[in-house]
Design a protein around this ligand. Sequence first.
Ligand SMILES: Cc1cc2nc3c(=O)[nH]c(=O)nc-3n(C[C@H](O)[C@H](O)[C@H](O)COP(=O)(O)OP(=O)(O)OC[C@H]3O[C@@H](n4cnc5c(N)ncnc54)[C@H](O)[C@@H]3O)c2cc1C
Length: 434
Amino acid sequence: MQIHDLIGIGFGPSNIALAITLEEKKTEECNVDAFFIEKQPNFAWHANMMLDNTHMQISFLKDLVTMRNPLSHFTFINYLHQKQRLQDFINLKTFFPSRHEFNDYLAWAASHFNNRCAYGEEVLEVLPEKRNDEVSLLRIRSRDSDGVINERLTRNLIVGVGGVPSIPECFLPLEGDTRVFHSSGYLREIAQHDSAKKIAILGAGQSASEIFMDLHNRPNAPHVDLIMRARAIKPSDDSPFVNEIFNTDFTDFVFSRSDQDRTALLDEFWHTNYAAPDLVLIEQIFNVFYQQRVAGNARHRFLRRHEVVSVNVLPEGIQLVLRDLNADREYSAMYDAVVLATGYNRDYHKSLLKPLLPYMGNFTVDRQYCLQSTPNFIPAIFLQGACESSHGLSDTLLSVTAVRTDEIGRALLEAVNQSTAKQTDNPIRAVAGR
Ligand SMILES: Cc1cc2nc3c(=O)[nH]c(=O)nc-3n(C[C@H](O)[C@H](O)[C@H](O)COP(=O)(O)OP(=O)(O)OC[C@H]3O[C@@H](n4cnc5c(N)ncnc54)[C@H](O)[C@@H]3O)c2cc1C
């Protein structure tokens, strides 16, 4: 079986950016054999939230490469040039392309690596390959769309799997009920409910707000309850001094702080990224509610300071028992569908890497995003997008992606060079070759 220098789990923006970095760092002496495994059948960036009239929340200059190498073939500007839209894009006078266009850019970048990515395979687990007392390789088990299990060996690993939907506890027993779904599956699921008359959205962030406007504009004109604990929908603060927290050198600052300082920093700036839609979107929603009052109808309700106490599945629909926190009273409401725009968890790597637990301790990473391990564990394992608590709020976004892959790339090249030097001593490597 071939042994790769690196296997990447997931081929979203983070790992595409890494593939580009490795390609651009390639020399005759060092050509990392990297291979990626992606569970979707083809590249797609948050496909079920690809709503019309949505835009990037970050400048296109924070694309996959520009902050690392503005001369790269893979800049957003070169993509526009290749597609013969550069002049027209300039005339748009924006830093914020539509999400459709950015998805097309990412797909264009990903297409350069089609021979280095297995699409339609979901990685199930990562197993240690032991020789005597030392773990020198990793065995990656994945399942393809026909249910066939594949296994691959690698010397190093990078996990870039994004977030997994965060589902409030009272909705967990309803898993499998298609009337309740997370925003990450919105377009796919709402297509099954195009006759729904009454829909609840839980959440106060960008996704909740976008879904509200999408439902408002749908031809079946459903009644929508927008339910949130917050008193108001607050906008994301992207003013310049605040935005400095997304600068690449801020990562050094965050990483160098004590745990206590880091937690305080995350708390202070939490609202730049979470439960914070764009101001324009908030204004649109406010206008919808205002025009309702003008027209004297009550199609939608803005249920602020509300929380869901319990959920009941009844023949006539999904019943939510709601607590009005202002009035301190409970009441129930019936819905044909419930959308959970309740965010994401970033700890999926822990279940994928569970078989490695004895070597990993509590999954702490170093500055280069490499997991700390016991001395008898040789492979380097890097995490992308799961290090917010150690590296700061930019970690789950595109802000530092280009520069982060440079930092990881350097550390990886070192690991690959070390394993090449040891190669002849290792019986597995000697048999398998490269
Ligand atoms: C709707 C939406 C809009 C956003 N807009 C912005 C924005 O404008 N600006 C910004 O900076 N950030 C934005 N974000 C944040 C987002 O996290 C980043 O833009 C970016 O997607 C992070 O890239 P990633 O590769 O780390 O994760 P992802 O894009 O989530 O990619 C992870 C990939 O891993 C794959 N995968 C997961 N598990 C497995 C497995 N077991 N086996 C194989 N493959 C697997 C997934 O299918 C996916 O393709 C947005 C997020 C959402 C949800």
